[in-house]
Design a binder for this molecule. Structure first.
Ligand code: EPU
Length: 419
């Protein structure tokens, strides 16, 4: 298992190009199953989860080719299977996104049930109940979700008990090929959902209201091919923004979308971070003093749970006490134990962490436990005294383009130790 070795103390300077959003790329790839015509996707991030999803699509029905400009063309015209097997799903829960498209297009889907994971139980009952209401027969057998429908799915009026990003996406995709109109109520409103709706509409679907809490989908008999550029990754951008806030002389994030990042920009500005925003660029400089500021995660347009761990790393360097409340997932404080090993002063009380700063962090051997927790350890390593070695970097590789290249180019002392 690869490790990252970081020697703290270097100042960061320069430009970093923000990748395409992993969490927009994954549903966009699943949507390619809705048509037998080629769909060309550009700005797919070079991360492991995207490679995994491409493998899932190839096993199901698709061929994948690369263009000279780096786009991927996905053509789902050679049905081979309707099963997303355990071996792939266990490495990436988002494989469940193929459930809706497979069922809508082929009338059958067999997808391994993702288990609980490092950040919470993460059930998929909203996905299943929604498809049942649209006419599917869904059973759970031998660890798999088996879904079938005679003929086509039909439109329905569905209300989510709480907001769910991938459940909204799954049912939105299924509804595109259903008979009649589907109304989705209490939808998640993340920018990635708007991006998926744009792709679906470019494929001939009729999706209205994405980005609000109510989405209306009029089913179509078939969809066609399209070209689509995936939006920028607001979480990768936010992670570099915090790197700049903690250790940046001047860092420029290019090809990002500040509009999608409003909650993060407002939170960081409120903590005294010096940020300049233009249309597709954000510039950040570490302030003389970061102020402690409380945080509460919530679905978009609230502050994203995927940026909570990174913010906590920054709060260890802030002046004062900050209270960080995690409201989206049950167990998203796995990074705390590792930050404590580096000298942080953090106390957990249920869904809340209390961080007292500033503390002097010292390099240590630490363990990555999930994707965003890993990012917080990298950030802590950048300002720690001495050498930090982060084990289990494969978590980070799921969602970040090689961070040692991007941070290294900005002046960080960081290297990958291959096993
Ligand atoms: N939930 C249920 N039942 C369901 C679905 C969700 O109870 O059927 C609950 C979850 O357990 C959770 C809450 O609803 O407590 C919200 O979870 P959501 O379904 O929105 O999460 P997700 O769709 O599985 C996506 C991202 C996550 C991100 C969350 C929240 C993708 C592929 N994944 O997950 O990204 O944290 O939304 O914004 O879009 C990451 O990139 O590191 C990551 C974990």
């Amino acid at each position: 298992m690869d490790k990252l070795k970081i020697t703290g103390g270097a100042r960061l300077n320069g430009r970093v190009e923000i990748a395409g959003a992993k969490n927009a790329a994954l549903p966009a790839l699943a949507a390619c199953l809705l048509t037998d015509q080629p769909v060309e996707l550009s700005k797919l991030p070079k991360v492991r989860d995207v490679r995994t999803m491409l493998r899932v699509l190839e096993q199901l029905a698709a061929s994948v080719t690369e263009t000279e400009s780096g786009s991927s063309i996905i053509t789902a015209d050679r049905y081979a299977s309707h099963e997303a097997p355990y071996d792939l799903v266990k490495t990436m829960r988002a494989s469940v996104l193929v459930l809706g498209p497979l069922l809508a297009r082929y009338g059958r889907a067999r997808v391994s049930l993702p288990g609980g994971c490092a950040i919470g139980e993460r059930p998929i009952n909203f996905h299943i109940e929604g498809l049942q209401r649209m006419g599917a027969d869904v059973t759970l057998e031998h660890g798999y979700v088996e879904a079938r429908v005679e003929g086509k799915l039909h439109g329905a009026r569905l209300s989510f008990p709480t907001k769910s990003v991938t459940a909204t996406e799954n049912l939105m995709m299924a509804a595109c090929l259903a008979e009649g109109t589907t109304t989705l109520i209490n939808c998640a409103e993340e920018p990635e959902i708007v991006d998926l709706a744009e792709l679906l509409n470019a494929m001939g679907a009729s999706v209205h209201g994405a980005g609000t809490d109510e989405i209306l989908v009029e089913g179509r008999p078939f969809l066609h091919g399209a070209k689509h550029r995936v939006i920028s990754d607001r979480i990768e951008a936010g992670t570099y923004l915090i790197a700049g806030a903690m250790a940046g002389d001047r860092l420029e994030l290019v090809d990002c979308d500040p509009f999608h990042m409003r909650p993060v920009l407002e939170q960081l500005s409120g903590a005294g971070v010096d940020i300049e925003v233009s249309e597709r660029t954000i510039t950040v400089t570490a302030p003389d003093r970061i102020e402690a500021r409380d945080l509460r995660t919530s679905p978009h347009p609230g502050y994203p749970t995927d940026m909570q761990a990174q913010y906590m790393a920054m709060m260890t360097q802030a002046h004062g006490t900050s209270v960080i409340a995690e409201t989206v997932f049950e167990r998203r404080f796995m990074h705390v134990g590792e930050l404590l090993r580096m000298g942080a002063d953090i106390r957990i009380d249920g869904h809340t962490a209390v961080v007292v700063g500033p503390t002097k962090l010292t390099g240590a051997q630490v363990m990555a436990t999930d994707l965003r927790a890993s990012a917080s350890l990298v950030l802590a390593g950048l300002v720690a005294d001495g050498v930090t070695v982060i084990d289990r970097v494969y978590h980070l590789d799921r969602g970040y383009e090689p961070i040692e290249h991007k941070l290294g180019a900005l002046g960080a002392s960081i290297e990958r130790i291959r096993s």
